[in-house]
Structures are given as C-alpha cells and as structure tokens.
Design a protein around this ligand. Structure first.
Ligand code: HEC
Ligand code: HEC
Ligand code: HEC
Ligand code: HEC
Ligand code: HEC
Ligand code: HEC
Length: 234
C-alpha cells in the first residue's frame, strides 16, 4: 500500500497544477475550435459557412445572426455578411442595389464571395441569374435606363418622370438621334475612366453648353434665339 503513496501524491500534484494553470489563464473559447478566426486555417469559420451554410450558427448567435447571449453578431465583424434581411426588398434602403449605390456604385466587395465573373464564386449564388444582361450586373441597364436603351428612365435615383432632371428629354432624343454620344462621352464598359467618377451629376459634352440651372442647352441644336427648350419641362 505505502508503495503507491508517492504515485498518488504525484498524481494529486499534477492534477492540481493543471487545474491551477487553467484558472490563471484566460479561458479559451468553449464554443469553437482553435483557429476558428484564422482565415488561412482549415478550421476557419468562413470556410465552414460557405461550405455548409449558416443554419447551425443560429441556435447560439440568434435567429437573425444578430447576436445572442455571449455569442456576438456576425455583422459586428463584417458588415456585409450575413446579408441584411431587407437585402432583396426593392423599396428598402438596405436593398442590395441601394447599398451598392451608397458605396459609390462599387461592386468590388461582392466579387470576393460571388466571384469575379459574378457567377457564384464561393457563395455559389450567381448574380447573373437575375441580372441577365451582358456582363451580369455590369450591364449598362442595371443602373440606368431600360432594356430598350441605357438612357433614363430609370435615372440613377429610380425616377421615371420626365420632370426629373435625370430623366428629362432622354427618350425624345433617343428617338430622334438614337445615340448617347451627341451629348455624353460613352463608356465601352462600366469601369471605363471618367464614367463613374464621383462627379455628382452626369457629365454633358462641353459643346452642348448645358446649363443645369435653367435646364437648357444654348448652342448647337437649340440656339438662344429659338424657342427655349427646357430639358425637364416640355
Ligand atoms: C453552441 C453555441 C454556438 C454555436 C452553435 C455557434 N457559436 Fe459561434 N460563438 C458562440 C459563443 C458563446 C461565442 C463567444 C465566446 C466564445 O468564443 O466562446 C462565439 C463566438 C464566435 C466567433 C468569434 C470568435 C472570436 O475569436 O472572437 C465567431 C467567428 C463565431 N462564433 C462563428 C460561428 C459560426 C460561423 C457558427 C456556425 C457555423 C457558430 N459560431 C456557431 C457560440 C456558438
Ligand atoms: C470576431 C470577428 C468575427 C465574427 C464575430 C464573425 N466573423 Fe466571419 N469573418 C471574420 C473574419 C476576420 C473574416 C475574414 C476576413 C474578411 O472578412 O475578409 C470572416 C469571414 C467570414 C466569411 C467569408 C469567408 C470568405 O472566404 O471570405 C463568412 C461566410 C463568415 N465570416 C461567416 C460568419 C458568420 C455566419 C458569423 C456569425 C455566426 C461570423 N462570420 C462571425 C471575423 C468574424
Ligand atoms: C434574386 C435576384 C437577384 C440577384 C441574385 C441579384 N440581384 Fe441585383 N437586383 C435585383 C433586382 C430585382 C433589382 C432591381 C431592378 C430594378 O430596379 O429594376 C436589382 C438591382 C441591382 C442593382 C441596381 C441598383 C439601382 O439602383 O439601379 C445593382 C448594382 C445590383 N442589383 C447588383 C447585384 C450584384 C452585384 C449581385 C450579385 C452579387 C446581384 N445584384 C444579385 C435582383 C437580383
Ligand atoms: C462574405 C461573403 C459575401 C459577400 C462579401 C457578399 N455576399 Fe452575397 N451572399 C453570400 C452568401 C453565402 C449567399 C447565400 C445566402 C446566404 O448564406 O446568406 C449570398 C446571397 C446573396 C444574394 C441572394 C439573396 C437571396 O435571398 O436570394 C444576393 C442578391 C447577394 N448575395 C448580393 C450581394 C451583393 C450585391 C454583394 C456586394 C455588395 C454581396 N452579396 C456580397 C455571401 C456574400
Ligand atoms: C454600376 C452602375 C452602372 C453601370 C453598370 C453603368 N453605369 Fe453608366 N453611369 C453610372 C453612374 C453612377 C453615372 C453618373 C455619375 C458619374 O458620372 O459619376 C453614369 C453615367 C453614364 C453616362 C453619362 C455620362 C457620364 O459619364 O456621366 C453614360 C453615357 C453612361 N453612364 C453609359 C453607360 C454605359 C454605356 C454602360 C454599359 C457599358 C453603363 N453606363 C453602365 C452608373 C452605371
Ligand atoms: C440630348 C442630349 C442627351 C442624350 C442624347 C443623352 N443624354 Fe444622358 N443626360 C443628358 C442631360 C442634359 C442629363 C442631365 C445632366 C445633369 O443632371 O446635369 C443627362 C443625364 C444622364 C444620366 C444621369 C441620370 C441621373 O440620375 O442623374 C445618365 C446615367 C445618362 N444621362 C445616360 C445616358 C445614356 C446611357 C444615353 C444614351 C443611351 C444618354 N444619356 C443620352 C443629355 C443627354
């Protein structure tokens, strides 16, 4: 019997030591594996979610994944995922199109998960099934105009009335002249320099002497001596 005493003592010391050391260190995550938050790791949470969805997360992180108890909201770290519940609600300010417009019409952030060609990427949800034009969401009529031509309506704010400055007499001129380049430099693709350039309004060729305050062009087609033609009132 007495021979086992040192062994028992040793075990007791070992047990105590490990117990004490656990107490003096911050507790590691009980809910998740190590490297759950290391993007390069095989156990990275993002990989798991993209492979098998987020249904298994809702139990602890909340039904809308907006946090519950000590489990944080997913959006506390990345504002784009999961998508807002109103992401597909056209009239809502969280509609995905409205989000993109606020982000200076940039779709760069989407490509990370939906692929450079928007065909799905790691998210496996293609933009192109809904945005069926050439180039998917980069097709000209996604942001302005219609399938007939990319000239407004709709304008960039969704207006369709000709009294809106963005709409005005576009279609009247398209019917008469059929081309944007009598008034604008026309981009060959969405990402051409000078197209989406942070200027507040569309640029009209200088030779048209466009006056936004009066809504008139006074050189070329409409001379100042002629009846005054007002772009958004006719
Ligand atoms: C059993 C409950 C539970 C489930 C299921 C769960 N989580 Fe968590 N998660 C938590 C708790 C609690 C925390 C906060 C503290 C911690 O890490 O234990 C957390 C923290 C996290 C963190 C932050 C980790 C850090 O280092 O700050 C991420 C990321 C995360 N969870 C992602 C997910 C994902 C993705 C899923 C689904 C695939 C998921 N969780 C499922 C309970 C859970
Ligand atoms: C503590 C911060 C944190 C929390 C909380 C968090 N994530 Fe992440 N998540 C990250 C980081 C960091 C990345 C990778 C870096 C980045 O966004 O580019 C990431 C990326 C992702 C990705 C994309 C993977 C990829 O390949 O780009 C998905 C999907 C994801 N997280 C899902 C979730 C879900 C679902 C939850 C909530 C249950 C959650 N995350 C909570 C930090 C977090
Ligand atoms: C399930 C269908 C669907 C999917 C998938 C989809 N969209 Fe959309 N998107 C729409 C609808 C509907 C509209 C509104 C069209 C309208 O205003 O006439 C829209 C509008 C837009 C707009 C225009 C906003 C504006 O105000 O003119 C952009 C930009 C856009 N989507 C980008 C994307 C991108 C990028 C993806 C993929 C990452 C994507 N969409 C995936 C249905 C979808
Ligand atoms: C971190 C990865 C990630 C990023 C970034 C991302 N998405 Fe997604 N998206 C997903 C995943 C995954 C799904 C599939 C559904 C889900 O899990 O929420 C999805 C689904 C969608 C859907 C379909 C929603 C539905 O209910 O049918 C649209 C539309 C969409 N994304 C648009 C966008 C747009 C636009 C952007 C850029 C502004 C974007 N996504 C950025 C991962 C992402
Ligand atoms: C992602 C949204 C988006 C797409 C896709 C898009 N545009 Fe635009 N377009 C804009 C915005 C925003 C403006 C006005 C603001 C500016 O000039 O920065 C604009 C302005 C214009 C103008 C007026 C001149 C100018 O540069 O201001 C023309 C012409 C035009 N676009 C043609 C096109 C054509 C042609 C395509 C397809 C090859 C296209 N757009 C695709 C958003 C878009
Ligand atoms: C007769 C001249 C004329 C023609 C032709 C024309 N535009 Fe415009 N466009 C304008 C004027 C004027 C504005 C208003 C500029 C302002 O707001 O200062 C405008 C504004 C725009 C805007 C911005 C709308 C907004 O919401 O602010 C876009 C986009 C646009 N045009 C695209 C086009 C495209 C694409 C075509 C050809 C398919 C075209 N335009 C043909 C004169 C023209």
């Amino acid at each position: 019997m007495h021979k086992l005493l040192p062994v028992a003592l040793g075990l007791l010391i070992l047990f105590c030591f490990s117990g004490c050391s656990e107490k003096s260190n911050p507790l590691p995550s009980k809910s998740h594996p190590d490297e759950w938050n290391v993007a390069s790791s095989a156990s990275f949470h993002g990989k798991k979610v993209l492979a098998s969805g987020n249904a298994s997360c809702t139990g602890c992180h909340g039904y809308e994944l907006d946090g519950s108890g000590s489990a944080p909201a997913c959006q506390s770290c990345h504002s784009l995922y999961p998508h807002d519940t109103q992401w597909m609600v056209l009239a809502d300010q969280e509609f995905h199109g409205a989000y993109i417009a606020r982000d200076h019409w940039s779709m760069k952030s989407c490509k990370k998960c939906h692929g450079d060609d928007y065909a799905g990427g790691s998210s496996k949800v293609s933009c192109n099934t809904c945005h069926t034009g050439e180039g998917g969401p980069e097709s000209c009529a996604t942001c302005h105009g219609s399938l007939k031509n990319p000239a407004p309506p709709e304008d960039l704010s969704g207006n369709v009335a000709t009294s809106s400055m963005g709409v005005g007499a576009h279609q009247l001129h398209m019917d008469g002249y059929g081309s944007c380049n009598i008034c604008h430099v026309v981009p060959a693709s969405m990402s051409d320099a000078g197209h989406i350039d942070g200027v507040e309004h569309a640029e009209v060729l200088a030779k048209r002497s466009w006056n936004r305050t009066t809504g008139t062009c006074v050189t070329g087609c409409h001379t100042s001596t002629a009846k005054s033609y007002i772009w958004n009132s006719f």
